[in-house]
Design a protein around this ligand. Structure first.
Ligand code: TA6
Length: 302
């Protein structure tokens, strides 16, 4: 089956404010430009790479050094990590963060929203999972991953259980990593992965950054607030169906080790990831459904 071209998508999914084109690497991307917001997404990995609500600066961060090639992850935006988080537990040869973000997804619908935004739905079926990913681009950004498992005993093997990890691995544009605060995780214990994974008790204070930071906050359903005094804004991340929040900035040395991450980009980004990972793995039985959502909004602050 020949791959659909942007022209095919423009004919099949004709919505005011939405157009399809070839992006870098000749990857098909959707570009959204409505009174409510601008946005961008790729079918490669169902990857959202841009969202900018009206009256605000761009919210999602993208590396200028990102790869754009089928089967390769895009650096920035919202990588969709599934069905494992980080390196595969048993087979290090498998891609980090699972196969969802390096698969080409199907576009199943594109609809205008009442609030002048656009809702996109992409799907990916890979036995025993069927994934449905909805992205609502408007004055807020709402992303929803629905996981459905095949209703067959074989699907879950001898244990009868499918244990999955997942993350909406969101990269945010910030003015300066040294000056931001992240509130909302003060009461959550976490695994600090720097320099090696070790358990830490809740610190009862907002997160500030003074070096490489890679923390898996556990058993938390809390919203997060990213306070950015340089860009004069607060970014709020609400979530559902998620018990893990990951906070990451690679800082100097790790940035330099990543070919798809500019050496001097680290001060301008931070990840707040809506996830289920580690002790918060989701245990699914054949026929189960599970949904994780994140809703991102921006408020101006003085
Ligand atoms: O979410 C934090 C993290 O797990 C870091 O350890 C770092 O590896 C980051 O994800 C990026 O992973 P990637 O595979 O996209 O380079």
């Amino acid at each position: 089956m020949t791959e659909s071209t942007p022209a095919d998508f423009n004919n099949q999914f004709s919505v005011p404010g939405l157009r399809f084109e070839y992006g870098p690497g000749k990857l098909v991307r959707g570009v959204i430009d409505t009174p409510a917001a601008r946005g961008e997404f790729y079918l490669n990995g169902a990857h959202v790479t841009a969202w900018q609500p009206a009256e605000h600066q761009p919210v999602l961060w993208m590396s200028a050094a990102s790869n754009f090639a089928e089967g390769k992850p895009i650096r920035g935006g919202i990588p969709l990590c599934f069905p494992w988080f980080g390196p595969h537990a048993d087979d290090p040869s498998l891609p980090a963060h699972g196969w969802a973000r390096t698969s080409v997804w199907e576009l199943s619908s594109a609809q205008p929203l009442k609030n002048q935004g656009i809702s996109i739905v992409m799907t990916l079926t890979r036995s025993p999972y069927r994934l449905t990913y909805q992205v609502d681009f408007s004055s807020e950004l709402h992303v929803r991953l629905l996981v459905e498992t095949e209703d067959s005993a074989a699907a879950a093997g001898s244990s009868g259980i499918l244990a999955i990890e997942e993350a909406l691995h969101t990269y945010f544009t910030i003015g300066d990593i040294h000056q931001i605060l992240i509130e909302g995780l003060e009461s959550a214990d976490f695994i600090d992965k720097v320099p090696e994974p070790h358990a830490c008790n809740a610190v009862q204070a907002p997160i500030q950054f003074s070096g490489e930071t890679d923390r898996v906050y556990q058993n938390t359903k809390s919203s997060c607030r990213l306070i950015d005094p340089v860009m004069h804004r607060m970014i709020i991340v609400d979530k559902s169906g998620s018990d893990t929040t990951v906070v990451w900035n690679p800082w100097i040395a790790k940035s330099a080790r990543m070919a798809d991450f500019g050496d001097h980009e680290w001060p301008g980004m931070v990840c707040i990831e809506t996830a289920n990972a580690g002790i918060n793995k989701v245990q699914l039985k054949p026929g189960d459904r599970h949904e994780i959502t994140a809703t991102i909004r921006v408020q101006t602050i003085k």
